[in-house]
Every structure is written in C-alpha cells, then in structure tokens.
Ligand binder design. Structure first.
Ligand code: ZN
Length: 309
C-alpha cells in the first residue's frame, strides 16, 4: 500500500475531476502491474495497472475503493478487476462518491474476491483531501500560503516585499503549486505584483495550476474569476492554493474556509504590514489548529498547520 500511495502522489494536482489513486498488482511475491490516475482523471489507476499483466489469482492494492459506476469516459474498475481474475483486493479508503460508496467492495465480494478495507486509510484520505472535501462539504480543500517575517509581516510599511524568503523556500512553494488544481490571488496582489503563478521546478514546468482571481475583476485572459467566497467555493476544484494577499487571507480565515496553513517564515523583522488583515474579532476564536513539525528550508522555516474540525 505504501507503493500504491507513492504512485498516487504522481497524479496529485493532475487528476481533477477525479481523485489521484494508485494501484499495485502483486502475484507470487512480485509486482506485475502498477498504475496511477492519469492527467485529467482517466484512465483510472486500476486500469493502468491491469494493462498488459496477467492478474489471475493476484492481489491488487488500491488507495481508494474501486469505482462501481461506468461512465462515458471508461469502465468501472470493480468490473475490470473481476474480469482480470484477481483473487484479493486490498484497499485504503472507501469511496465517498455516492455512485460507489461501498458498492465497489460489495461487487468484488459478490464475485468471490477477498476484500480487505481500511489499510492506511488515513494517509489515503489526507492525500485525496480535495476529493473528500468536495464529497463531504461541497467545496475545495483550501491551503493558505503565507510568506512572513518573524513578526508576522509580509511587507515593509511602504508595501515593498519582494522575496523575503530564500530559494529553497520558494522552490518548496512551487512544489505546492504543482500539487494544486487552482491557485488563487486577490485583486490587490494581482495589481501590485502581476504574479506569474507558474511552476519553476525542473521537470514540473507543465504542472502549473489554473489561476483564479478572487474579488474585483476583470481577470486576465485565461484566468478563472470568483467575485466572492461563494464563487470560490463553487469552483468545483479539489485542491486550492491561496497565495495572497492579506485581505484575501483574512476573509478566508474569517469564513473558516482554510483547511491547511503553510507559513514560510523568513528570519528577519519587518515591523511593517501584517500578513493577515484585520479580523475584527471581539472574543478569542474557537477555531484550533494542529501544528505539524517544522521543516528547515535553507535560512527559512516552513510551519504547517491543519484545521481541527
Ligand atoms: Zn475507477
């Protein structure tokens, strides 16, 4: 399952509108097939793994319950596994899509296949957080990225802020972009910085997420535009990365729409503009965050927090 999760990671940020699923086929102690969800969501990981291998009597490891619904875009993976003659299917997460939701596992069992569920399910759900967010809450999984000084500022008092973090922190931030479906900036950031929002990492240049403007338009050609948070939530994307600025950060935090917070912390004191705009709270907030171990990135530190819901 670890190998299947690692394969699935290759499709993260590429597989929308489908979840990024990994699959490994094992027979007689040997890996005979491997696959992951391809760009645009088809073919599914199981179909790729089964292609060209003789899976009779084999075990299939899948990070998500195989789908039970045929679509115009391809066959149901539960049927593919049955036709291939596998003896056993080990899966991580169950599929929350109402068209499958246990029906994939049931169809496999009805065909006499041994089914094991829940193996490393937590890791799989975290990897498919965007898909699960859409299924359970009908909105994208939102990551807010902030590049801040020690005192929580993103710019000097006059607004100048270019690159307060170093090359390694920026490279990491570009990797986060490569894993997102959509990247969001506000109209202030768009006007001030004209950000490129691309992925400048060797081998990953083609993985830039689709850009979206939040707030006052017009949006540049080729961008999506959400006038407000309702539009942002209704975009249909699975994985959303929000990059700025302070007003957008405040509105998303105020609406409790941030699921994951990435703070790239530069070792300097700016005494300037805070990274999050005024929230106007009159009481301590109820929302709590889980802190994950910080990562050192050259001179900077990445602090990651996930919202406890
Ligand atoms: Zn499938």
């Amino acid at each position: 399952m670890g190998a299947a999760l690692a394969l699935a990671a290759r499709g993260v940020g590429q597989s929308w509108p489908n979840p990024a699923v990994g699959c490994v086929i094992v027979r007689g102690g040997r890996v005979i097939g491997r696959g992951w969800t391809q760009k645009g969501g088809r073919p599914h990981g199981e179909a790729v793994a089964l292609e060209g291998c003789d899976a009779r009597g084999a075990t299939a490891y899948v990070t998500l319950e195989p789908c039970a619904h045929e679509s115009g875009r391809g066959p149901a993976c539960a049927d593919l596994l049955i036709e291939a003659g596998v003896a056993r299917v080990v899966m991580a997460a169950l599929d929350p899509d109402p068209r499958t939701d246990g029906a994939g596992a049931a169809r496999l069992r009805a065909a006499g296949i041994e089914v094991v569920t829940g193996v490393r399910a937590g890791e799989a759900e975290a990897q498919m957080a965007g898909f699960f967010s859409q299924m359970r809450r009908q909105r994208p999984h939102v990551t807010l990225k902030l590049a801040l000084s020690l005192d929580g500022c993103l710019a000097l008092a006059d607004g100048s802020s270019r690159w307060i973090t170093g090359a390694r922190a920026r490279a990491h931030a570009h990797l986060e972009r490569a894993r997102a479906d959509v990247i969001v900036v506000g109209s202030g950031t768009l006007a001030a910085d004209r950000p490129r929002l691309d992925v400048r990492l060797a081998g990953l240049e083609g993985r830039a997420p689709s850009p979206m403007l939040l707030g006052r338009g017009p949006a540049p050609a080729g961008w999506q535009h959400a006038a407000d948070l309702a539009g942002l939530c209704g975009s249909g994307a699975h994985r959303m990365l929000v990059e700025g600025g302070a007003g957008v950060a405040a509105s998303l935090l105020d609406a409790d729409l941030v699921d994951r917070l990435l703070i790239y912390r530069a070792p300097m004191v700016l005494g300037g503009r805070p990274g999050v705009g005024a929230l106007g709270l009159d009481a301590m907030p109820h929302g709590r965050w889980r802190a994950h171990p910080a990562i050192q990135l050259g001179p900077d530190r990445l602090e990651t927090f996930t919202r406890i819901r």
